[in-house]
Write a protein that binds this ligand. Structure first.
Ligand code: AMP
Ligand code: MG
Length: 658
């Protein structure tokens, strides 16, 4: 038997001190040692990284490990789980978790509490993101070590399940077998502390919060971080399950274009359904012994490609047949008209009476499309995950076997809302009053979303009043699956989106600032609601910046991939290509920039990119004719003409004819 592959662990040290001076960290090394010495040869620590106590830095480090192919099996963080102002690890990790693992938290706590009541002084979380288990341990080497020891033996099992192992196979043999394999005994912690184990709880140095853990019976929630305009409601409990892909049955017609199949489609009819001629000619009975098929034969019947009964062909007869027509019963093969000669006609001269077959040695089945030779009954004609394109191939296949309905991922319905006291209908007659701004975002976003093949509902304009915004959003949550708002997400006092989502709707802000240009305040949230069946589901809100260019850029970068994800389209988001710069591009030293550009296929066969001009985020003109967003990195030196850079394609690429 070959040796099983090692499980991969990563250790993320969260400590502002250690991020400046790596020698200040000792927990990272201690944890690696636990994996090595106590992991019974099952583990390999493949990554160790140190970040400061910054939510975004922590999240970036984790998602880089979890949101890729060949993801790691477990990520252990150490540090930032205490009650100090700068402790943010649980807040950073919680929104990333697709599944919570309160059992692991509980297990660690029970072990720690057996050692010290200071176990209550830490706030751990555990759970799964994609295929990776994430566990937050305290910062002190001692505490971190003891916590890891308390769950180490159980981790392989959890990791195998998280990575997609079949749980039936995994659980075959029952709990006893599992316990034996893991080396644990029932009712005991896998790692037991000696009763007299003396435990010094260290409060001394900068980043340590002991290994203490609070007992908590529910999964910790992300607390609101936005300003509370009313200073009224206190924090609410909320959970943030990611929306599930819904499945629906859909009619096979043009409306299916852009939908993705949620199940394999099997043919229940054969194509062709009958033995059909491939040519115009004469249906014949080939002799079994392969002897001569030549001779002159009476034409007994005519088979056109029309439904109906055809008389049986008898030995010594032939039948005229057209392309696609069914063979008469008894016929074995078809001889092409080119291989025949008309011998005699009926008296009126209108019909053929006798025809001479010139073809020699006609074989059984010659020039015949057999039943099911294109598609067999029971054959899978389209697979789960395949998209129905407008080109027609997929619809054609479904139509050919008589599929009237298929099951597809339900496309989300999208609502589009503008916000701002200054915003007026774009088509309002008359001059603008001082301070009024025409609504440019709503018509743009509605048309883009519809152009992507989704149903979009116009939600109008909401005033910058807490009540008005909440009312609009509540109404929208009843009607749509995804809400796209624009405006109201910067830090001004009238920017109400974040607090309304968190405080009034009980939603969770997953991110509220992105280091990019344009689009810094882009906000993504989910809100729990009850659907018509009374089930808790979560709806998605994208709050895009108000500046029209920022709104459209972030629509493409954030909303489109999410809509793709929700409707099963893969890969999600805009396609990425490499383009050659046609001129110099200056870079922003701080923020990655998505530069509106025109990409064309040049006569040299390469993609060429040129800027659409001034890129200020209020200048809608920078989007006119743009078919691409160039992904410009941060930097101090400009990119040179001829440099190659990644471009996200938003629209068709013009081809300069060679
Ligand atoms: P805000 O994020 O609400 O502060 O908006 C930023 C800027 O975008 C302000 O100049 C707004 O007037 C402008 N803006 C917001 N919404 C729209 C819209 N729907 N159409 C055009 N401009 C807008
Ligand atoms: Mg505004």
């Amino acid at each position: 038997m070959s040796k099983p592959a090692l499980l991969k662990a990563a250790i993320l040290v969260v400590s502002t001190t250690a991020s400046k001076d790596p020698s200040a960290d000792s927990s990272g090394g201690v944890l690696s040692q636990v994996f090595e010495e106590e992991g019974v040869g099952k583990w390999e620590v493949s990554e160790v990284k140190i970040v400061g106590d910054e939510v975004l830095d922590i999240q970036r480090a984790i998602t880089a490990w979890t949101d890729r192919e060949n993801s790691l099996n477990v990520i252990i963080t150490t540090g930032g789980t205490g009650f100090a102002v700068h402790d943010t690890t649980p807040e950073a990790v919680t929104p990333l978790l697709h599944k919570q693992a309160p059992g692991l938290v509980h297990g660690m706590l029970t072990a720690s509490l057996a050692v010290t009541p200071f176990a209550l002084m830490s706030r751990p979380v555990a759970g799964v993101r994609n295929k990776t288990l994430i566990i937050t341990l305290p910062g002190s080497p001692k505490g971190a070590k003891e916590n890891l020891q308390s769950i180490l033996k159980l981790l392989p099992h959890a990791c195998q399940q998280a990575a997609g192992a079949d749980s039936r196979t995994l659980h075959a043999g029952g709990v006893k077998k599992l316990e034996k394999e893991a080396g644990v005994s029932p009712g005991h912690q896998p790692h037991s502390h000696a009763p007299d184990h003396s435990h010094g709880h260290s409060h001394g140095h900068g980043h340590s919060h002991g290994h203490a853990m609070p007992v908590r019976h529910t999964a910790p929630n992300d607390n609101p971080r936005s300003n509370d305009p009313a200073l009224g409601p206190t924090r609410r409990n909320r959970s943030s399950p990611y929306p599930m892909l819904a499945v629906t049955s859909a009619k096979v017609d043009g409306t299916l274009v852009g939908s993705v199949l949620s199940a394999d489609v099997t043919a229940t009819e054969a194509v062709p359904a009958y033995r059909a001629s491939i040519v115009d000619g004469y249906a014949v009975i080939a002799s079994e012994d392969g002897s001569s098929s030549q001779g002159t034969f009476p034409v007994a019947s005519i088979s056109h490609a029309t439904p109906g009964d055809i008389p049986e062909l008898k030995t010594g007869q032939i039948a005229r047949i057209t392309t696609g027509a069914p063979l008469p019963p008894g016929a074995t093969s078809v001889v092409m008209v080119e291989d025949t000669v008309l011998k005699t006609m009926t008296d009126d001269g209108k019909e053929e009476k006798e025809v001479e077959i010139l073809a020699e040695g006609v074989k059984d089945g010659e020039n015949v499309r057999e039943v099911g030779s294109d598609i067999k009954i029971g054959e899978v004609i389209l697979r789960k995950g395949e998209e129905i394109s407008a080109i027609g191939g997929e619809l054609g296949l479904l139509a050919s076997v008589g599929k009237a309905e298929v099951t597809v991922y339900k496309k989300p319905i999208i609502g589009v809302l503008s916000t701002g006291d200054e915003i007026v209908e774009h088509s309002r007659l008359g001059d603008l009053r001082l301070g009024e701004v025409r609504d440019c975002n709503r018509p743009t976003i509605l048309s883009a979303v519809r152009g992507w093949g989704f149903e979009a509902i116009d939600l109008g304009i909401a005033k910058d009043k807490p009540g008005a915004l909440e009312e609009h959003l509540r109404d929208a949550l009843r009607k749509v699956d995804v809400i796209i708002t624009s405006g109201g997400v910067s830090m001004g006092e009238l920017d109400l989106l974040k607090p309304t989502i968190e405080r009034s709707l009980g939603g969770t802000i997953h991110f509220g600032r992105v280091s990019m240009k344009p689009g810094k305040p882009t906000t993504f949230a989910t809100v729990p609601v009850k659907n018509n069946a009374g089930e808790r589901v979560s709806k998605v809100i994208f709050s895009l910046p108000g500046n029209p260019v920022s709104a459209v850029v972030t629509l493409h970068l954030f909303v489109l991939p999410s809509l793709h994800h929700l409707s099963g389209v893969s890969p999600p988001g805009l396609p990425k290509v490499l383009a050659t710069l046609d001129h110099e591009f200056r870079l922003d030293p701080q923020r990655a920039e998505y530069h509106r550009a025109i990409v064309v296929m040049g006569k040299d066969g390469l993609l060429h990119a040129s800027s659409t001009g001034g890129q200020r985020s209020s200048r809608v003109g920078s989007l006119k004719s743009a078919n691409a967003l160039l992904c410009l990195p941060t930097g101090n030196e400009p990119l040179k003409k001829g440099d190659k850079i990644e471009a996200l394609l938003m629209g068709k690429v013009r081809v300069d004819v060679v």
